[in-house]
Design a protein around this ligand. Structure first.
Ligand code: SF4
Length: 401
């Protein structure tokens, strides 16, 4: 059966790809830098339809994939069991990766592109990795990255310089700050100087993904600062799986804290500006779909990551999920946004490589109800209005430079 680009993106998450000897990823692409979410470590490519993705390559399961990548007459081609499936582009390594900050650090050690946005992990290593015994989430590779491929300490100035370079070279519109667990509970306070500087100096959109605070008033402060998006990684909805997979989160935070923060922030920031992040493939599809429904009821979008058993992690031997089990989950993601009137894809030029965006799930849902179609039309109007506003804001910041 021939797959459309959305189906192909999903299938590649589940199966990975083998690199044929005719191509060498490190020569042409962004390289196999691990991505910050601790979930991905693959090849950044552009699929037909303008879909960015990060295809598993290094993991054991990818070595048995029916997909293989070939370089033929200077072009990259995906084959499935030998049969040509799709031509793709490897994302080239941006020049700013090798530029240096004013302090002399290569910028790729400050932030990396994940699709078309800039991901930055500015705080110290997640506290769950430092505990004895370790309490890290079992799928996570963050503790395997920092220091080896990234700088542990990133100054505000270094982050601003890297964001400006990414904006000017690649048209980046969104900077995403990510923080792990800080035992003092001050994750947000630590991110605030970076957020303020990025908002003030670059005019870019800012997203924050951090441990939920039990002091919900902190989110009022973030809103005043101009934060555009928040996401909360509950990871698993099934309580037992949550405790088993995320021992630190279960012991020190609990699922309730995530749900409260999502609910509070979705009301505070507005529909579609908050995401509940969940991993599909480590609990039953029905449980993941219950989470999607729950988040949508609150006004939040679900960010659903397909579980990837990254090398070196505690779950490296756990098999990835089957495509057939993932399909209803991503259909549900799309239809629940439409049914609950949650806008998506409003901000310009945000293409994400490590997850299926809600708008990309349109490829998986061939038929919509009239009400769902009307909601899609509304989204188009919101998109156009936001683009005009954002361009004006960016121009203002550039003129101030
Ligand atoms: S909270 Fe869990 S997923 Fe996030 S960085 Fe820490 S160990 Fe990794």
């Amino acid at each position: 059966m021939e797959l459309n680009p959305g189906e192909l993106k999903l299938d590649l998450y589940c199966k990975g790809i083998r690199l044929h000897e005719s191509c060498s990823a490190d020569d042409d692409g962004r390289g196999l830098l691990r991505t910050r979410g601790g979930l991905g470590s693959g090849l950044e490519v552009l699929l037909p339809g303008g879909l960015y993705t990060n295809i598993p390559v290094e993991e054991e399961f990818a070595k048995k994939s029916p997909y293989s990548l070939h370089k033929e007459k200077g072009k990259y081609l995906i084959r499935k069991e030998g049969k040509a499936v799709s031509e793709i582009k490897l994302l080239s390594r941006p020049k700013f990766y090798d530029a240096k900050t004013s302090t002399g650090k290569p910028m790729h050690r400050i932030g990396v592109l994940q699709g078309t946005y800039l991901g930055i992990y500015p705080t110290e290593m997640c506290g769950f990795w430092k505990m004895k015994p370790k309490m890290n989430c079992k799928f996570c590779s963050v503790g395997l990255n920092l220091g080896a491929k990234e700088e542990q300490e990133k100054s505000v100035q270094e982050v601003v310089e890297t964001a400006m370079a990414a904006r000017d070279e690649c048209g980046v519109t969104f900077v995403h700050f990510n923080s792990g667990f800080c035992p003092d509970g001050n994750e947000l306070e630590k991110l605030e100087p970076y957020i303020k500087a990025i908002k003030e100096k670059t005019g870019l959109l800012v997203g924050v993904q951090a441990i939920p605070s039990d002091d919900l008033k902190k989110y009022d402060r973030l809103k005043k600062m101009g934060v555009d998006h928040l996401s909360f990684c509950i990871e698993l909805y099934d309580k037992e799986q949550f405790c088993k997979t995320c021992p630190g989160k279960a012991k020190y935070l609990g699922q309730e804290r995530f749900l409260k923060a999502i609910d509070y922030c979705a009301k505070l920031f507005g529909k579609g500006k908050v995401a509940g992040e969940i991993i599909a493939g480590l609990e039953s599809p029905a449980s993941t779909m219950r989470a999607i429904e729950e988040f949508a009821k609150m006004g939040a979008v679900s960010t659903v990551c397909v579980f990837r058993p990254c090398k070196g992690t505690d779950y490296e031997k756990t098999p990835p999920p089957e495509y057939e089990d993932m399909l209803p989950i991503f259909r549900k993601l799309y239809t629940s946004c439409l049914d609950y009137g949650i806008p998506f894809g409003i901000a310009p030029n945000i293409k994400v490589s490590i997850v299926m965006l809600p708008e990309e799930c349109a490829y998986l849902v061939p038929n919509l109800t009239p009400k769902q179609k009307a909601q899609l039309a509304k989204i188009e109007v919101m998109k156009a209005a936001f683009l005009a506003y954002f361009k004006a804001r960016l121009a203002l910041r550039r003129n101030r430079k």
